[in-house]
Ligand binder design. Structure first.
Ligand SMILES: C[S@@+](CC[C@H](N)C(=O)[O-])C[C@H]1O[C@@H](n2cnc3c(N)ncnc32)[C@H](O)[C@@H]1O
Length: 254
């Protein structure tokens, strides 16, 4: 579906005029940093990202432990959230699929999964706003640090609700802006330090200035919870991680 001339009500990289150009800019940005994405992630988060993915996966053990559960990891990038789900599932479900619209990011996920001897996740190249997937198919949909990049948050939530079974759950892990003293440190790190290191390691200007801007633009937890309920989640909660630098939105379709 074309989103040409449709106003951006989600992430808006510099220069984006409408949802099509915003999505294109996001895809190009991740394509350009794909070769260094994993390294940068671990350096810039001081490896805390691994804890966040693991903690999110643990939250959904009651679903992952079921052998019949179907799981979708949206905006999977190079696959680290998907792999955390796969590890947490253990002998439970092997039906885990990662989806992303940046080919270069997915290629890395596929290469990394070659090291797995069994139950490799499936991978699909797809736009989170127009998933080529049936209605009411999944028991769990997750997204780590990807949802914030969508050009239309409400359309993204509606698409998650569409592919979830009744009673299915969703977990959106993303950054937020902490308050108080921690907030002051965070703002200096995120706006001054992180863009410089990111640009230095990736050799690409732009994406690491976009990151703090996209977090600032992302709705506050109360607002996103409201929007989740409007999209069709009967229950919605937010749990802060690491002083509220990140947090997990949980929703249950109902
Ligand atoms: C910050 S990365 C996160 C990757 C991974 N989930 C992680 O935790 O490392 C964001 C990913 O979202 C993907 N993305 C952004 N908008 C998307 C969309 N509309 N459809 C599919 N993928 C999208 C990007 O291509 C990128 O790979």
């Amino acid at each position: 579906m074309s989103r040409n001339n449709v106003p951006v009500i989600g992430a808006a990289p510099q220069g984006a005029r409408d949802q099509d150009s915003a999505a294109r800019a996001v895809r190009e940005m991740f394509t350009s940093i794909a070769p260094r994405y994993d390294l940068l992630n671990h350096v810039l988060s001081l490896n805390v990202d691994r804890l966040w993915w693991r903690r999110t996966a643990r939250t959904f053990q009651h679903i992952l432990g079921r052998s019949d559960a179907r799981v979708l990891d949206l905006c999977c990038g190079t696959g680290d959230m998907t792999f955390a789900l796969r590890r947490q599932a253990g002998k439970g479900t092997s039906q885990i699929v990662g989806a992303d619209f940046a080919h270069a990011m997915l290629q890395r996920a596929v290469a990394k999964s070659a090291a797995l001897t069994s139950s490799r996740p499936g991978w699909i190249e797809a736009d989170a706003l127009a998933l080529p997937l049936p209605n009411e198919h999944f028991d769990l949909v997750t997204s780590a640090f990807g949802f914030r990049n969508l050009a239309d948050y409400d359309a993204g939530l509606r698409e998650i609700v569409r592919v979830l079974r009744p009673g299915g759950e969703c977990g959106i892990l993303d950054f937020s802006e902490p308050k108080g003293l921690m907030g002051a440190f965070y703002r200096i790190y995120f706006k001054e330090v992180l863009p410089r290191i990111g640009t230095m390691i990736s050799g690409v200007r732009g994406p690491y200035a976009y990151l703090p801007a996209s977090v600032q633009r992302f709705p506050q937890p109360d607002e996103l919870l409201e929007r989740m309920k409007r999209a069709g989640f009967g229950e919605a909660t937010w749990t802060p991680y690491t002083f509220g630098i990140a947090g997990l939105y949980r929703g249950k379709k109902g």
